[in-house]
Design a protein around this ligand. Structure first.
Ligand SMILES: Nc1ncnc2c1ncn2[C@@H]1O[C@H](COP(=O)(O)OP(=O)(O)OP(=O)(O)O)[C@@H](O)[C@H]1O
Ligand SMILES: Nc1ncnc2c1ncn2[C@@H]1O[C@H](COP(=O)(O)OP(=O)(O)OP(=O)(O)O)[C@@H](O)[C@H]1O
Ligand SMILES: [Mg+2]
Ligand SMILES: [Mg+2]
Lengths: 265, 265
């Protein structure tokens, strides 16, 4: 199973939207996809209309009550499956404080289903706490949605430091696959400047021994598109809501950039 | 000192931008303003170019090491002061777990400077954890920046539950002053629908005994404006960067809506 964590501690940059759309695109291409919602605000789960209840366990139960992950998995569409989250997960940070090996609990749980899926995508909350650390410890690759605004690169620096720490202490195989520019408005000077600075930074990291030495800015930039925003409130991805929109085109192309599979017919 | 917490656990909805601009507007009107950055990501501090260092203490020291708040306050401009944050604050959540009265530490610290300022604005992180609870316990009023997209009202429900809990258990005087629509695009059906639903919800709460019974949607909606996004990466508010822009006009009017003072000449 190819394992990718979708991470950025900055709020509202497109993590959930990217996880939902890459997941949906891969599912439409017939891949077996497992999504894990690691955000207590559970927007990925909401997006797909999945509510945690007596009959539906969440990732919280997997992390804190050793529930086997298969019991928390729900089918979204055919080959697209989800481990949902709910607000209880906010307590996990405190509950896991003194648990031995608390950073690798998710990894252990996922190892059990490693053969059952082709791709794993983990949607992370806007923080670099224990939930995001669990995602980093459980994955091989990191994709970073980034909005070219407001100190995007400062936040990126902190995120990369965290990836490096995880690589040094817990997960030597973790690498940063790349940065996905989201809600992109290429007409502004600011975004051009940020993309140039980012490109320069990545190029200068090529010869260093760091987990981002081969990270790229994915060629496809997800343009700001109101159809994307609207689709989520209908519990749909833009592929169902408005398949001819720029939003659908962009996320399809980003899926090709990352996974080499033309996903949506 | 009038005390307002700027809260929304959803990421990227305009909390920091709103705190910075309301603070700057009040400062320009000659009010004595104290801003407190309660986000470990410290974007409000970054916005004003304030870095925590050996010579500059942060709110973390105030919360965990009993540093008197006056020693962490720095002058941004004339009557606009700031207690900055930095990444250490991420550890506060864990460190405060078993501290007696951990929800009211900020309040106690702020009581000392109650006479020194006219207005206090607290910028909160995208979560409902102990940092946000400290802000709620320390304030009289809550202003909720809201982006009319993606389950904005679901998130609002959880936020209001939290305000109510704080009112019942810690701070009986807390009220929700209102909702500030940010990054608003009034041309979409989605935003109109969300605003209508929100209006209906607030109207139906008028006769209930809840902290939001007199909450309003502030008349001024902050329109999406690239000048606002650009100004922050220059370490400026839009009042300095582009004083004639819609961004400056909107935030000036919002300041009038909330504070009844025409702030910017
Ligand atoms: N390309 C786009 N065009 C227009 N709106 C978008 C686009 N991508 C995302 N959005 C909207 O922007 C908002 C934030 O996106 P999203 O929730 O995916 O960010 P996030 O990084 O997961 O946020 P959080 O930090 O809160 O988890 C949502 O309302 C979403 O529908
Ligand atoms: N009216 C606006 N028009 C255009 N861009 C805006 C506007 N308001 C805020 N932004 C930009 O949107 C991004 C998110 O805003 P901001 O950081 O204020 O949100 P936040 O709620 O504080 O986020 P977080 O949850 O990460 O603390 C920033 O890049 C900011 O510059
Ligand atoms: Mg999200
Ligand atoms: Mg903020």
């Amino acid at each position: 199973m190819r394992r990718i964590a979708i991470i950025n501690q900055k709020g509202g940059v497109g993590k959930t939207t990217t996880t939902a759309h890459l997941g949906a695109a891969l599912g439409l291409a017939g891949k077996r996809v497992l999504l894990v919602d690691m955000d207590p605000q559970a927007h990925l789960s909401l997006h797909f209309g999945v509510e945690v209840s007596e009959d539906q366990s969440s990732v919280y139960d997997v992390l804190t009550a050793s529930l086997p992950i298969r019991e928390a998995i729900t089918v979204v569409h055919d080959s697209l499956h989800l481990v949902p989250s709910d607000i209880d997960l906010a307590a996990a940070e405190a509950e896991l404080i003194s648990v031995m090996g608390r950073e690798v609990i998710l990894r252990e749980a996922l190892d059990v289903v490693d053969e059952a899926y082709d791709v794993l995508l983990i949607d992370c909350p806007p923080s670099l706490g224990i939930l995001t650390i669990n995602a980093l410890s459980a994955c091989h690759e990191v994709v970073i949605p980034l909005q070219a605004q407001f100190f995007a690169l400062q936040g990126l620096g902190k995120l990369l430091d965290t990836v490096r720490l995880v690589q040094q202490r817990i997960n030597p195989d973790i690498i940063v696959k790349g940065v996905a520019l989201c809600m992109h408005d290429s007409s502004t000077n600011l975004s051009t400047e940020i993309v140039d600075d980012l490109t320069e930074f990545l190029v200068s990291s090529r010869d260093l021994d760091v987990p981002w030495s081969r990270a790229e800015i994915f060629k496809t930039r997800i343009r700001r598109n109101v159809k994307i925003a609207e689709s989520s409130s209908f519990g749909q991805t833009v592929f169902e809501y408005e398949p001819k929109s720029n939003g659908a085109i962009d996320y399809n192309r980003l899926a090709i950039d990352i996974f080499d599979c033309p996903c949506v017919p």
